[in-house]
Design a protein around this ligand. Structure first.
Ligand code: FAD
Length: 340
């Protein structure tokens, strides 16, 4: 088994496959482990989605990430005043309500990725860093392995876990993989009295402005609807002004925050903001787990395990038709609307 990509998804899949007894698993990454989209990830873990499958994944991810002892609490409806109590400084006069899930929270993207990578290695997985896949070994329609600058590797099954670069891998297989890279900026401030460790990750879904406590300060960001697709990850400092405009209306304390640092990473967008998980159409031997559209970190524990079970047992434990890589040919699909 070859897995292309050692981000959180590839590492989770490798770990779950190995843990279930599969041997001879190799993970290849063109760079270092966890340096793709995972490096930029803000670490949010949530069950607040618009589609049933993603709500289920969110719930299961939290259970797996936190070793859940207690029952998952359902998402609660809050009156605007209650939301303002929970998030100091939140402007709620124009809101009819808010939703809150006490067990939503944060986890460390690097910690989870390296946790899986290390555990996968303990189960016998080999991970080669700095080995890009430049071509696939293709016989007829069948993918029989990969070609790298260090040589060829034959495999019965090859899984594309290449995050925002999945479309490029698709080109190499001759199949269109509709994953569009799209830059997202993340900013982090120094100490800010308005935020406490108990302030929940807060999302203004109309604008996608979000923030959560980070050290003594706040981590925040927002999607830019005008962002052109591409692989550029230069921080767009001017975008701070756009965020400030939204914060002035929704959470004015942010305007006092001394911005300390920033980074940018790539979302991996699909047409319906749902991932592509399963066998690639018309390319036997090739599978994919990519296109997570900005929530792949929290999905990685669950998708890694479900996909591993599917590949080993021959069918998924849960119906993953919503994520079928060939679903767009069949007509409109149900999009996930709660994308930040
Ligand atoms: C700013 C930002 C904030 C985010 N916040 C959240 C959040 O709060 N919660 C959440 O759940 N998700 C969040 N996400 C999304 C999350 O980071 C991604 O969905 C997730 O990390 C995807 O993991 P992955 O393993 O599929 O992709 P990646 O981590 O990108 O891994 C793909 C790997 O494939 C490798 N690769 C690519 N091409 C090749 C090749 N040809 N050969 C070999 N290797 C190759 C890359 O080097 C990379 O390491 C955020 C993303 C960004 C950018």
């Amino acid at each position: 088994m070859v897995i292309v990509g050692a981000g959180v998804m590839g590492c989770s899949l490798a770990y779950h496959l190995a843990r279930m007894g599969l041997r001879d698993i190799v993970v290849l990454d063109r760079g270092d482990i966890g340096r793709g989209a995972t490096l930029a990830c803000a670490g949010g873990v949530r069950a607040q989605f618009s589609t049933e499958i993603n709500i289920r994944i969110g719930m299961e991810a939290k259970r797996m990430l936190r070793g859940f002892e207690k029952e998952i609490e359902d998402v609660r409806w809050l009156e605007p005043k209650q939301a303002a109590t929970l998030v100091g400084g939140l402007e709620v006069t124009d809101l009819t309500g808010a939703v809150f899930c006490p067990s939503d929270g944060l986890a460390g993207p690097s910690e989870v990725t390296f946790g899986y990578a290390d555990a996968a290695r303990r189960f016998g997985v080999t991970i080669h860093e700095n080995v890009p896949v430049t071509e696939f070994l293709i016989r007829g329609d069948r993918i029989e392995g990969v070609i790298t600058p260090r040589g060829e590797l034959q495999s019965e099954r090859t899984v594309i876990c290449a995050g925002p670069w999945a479309g490029q891998l698709g080109e190499l297989t001759g199949i269109e993989i509709p994953v569009i890279p799209s830059k997202r900026n993340v900013f982090v401030s120094g100490a800010l009295p308005a935020i406490t460790p108990r302030t929940p990750m807060t999302i203004d879904f109309h604008t996608s402005f979000y923030f959560h406590p980070e050290g003594e300060g706040v981590l925040f960001g927002m999607s830019d609807p005008d962002q052109a697709p591409g692989f550029d990850v230069t921080v767009d400092w001017a975008f701070l002004d756009r965020i400030a405009g939204v914060a002035r209306h929704r959470w004015p304390p942010l305007l006092e925050a001394p911005v300390k640092t920033a980074w940018a990473g790539l979302y991996e967008l699909t047409p319906d903001s749902q991932p592509l998980v399963g066998p690639l159409p018309n390319r036997p031997g090739a599978w994919i787990a990519a296109g997570f559209s900005g929530h792949g970190f929290m999905m990685a524990p669950v998708i890694g395990r479900w996909l591993a079970e599917w590949m080993i047992r021959g069918q998924p434990a849960v119906d993953l038709a919503a994520f079928a890589p060939d679903r767009f040919a069949a007509g409109p699909s149900e999009p996930e609307r709660n994308v930040v």
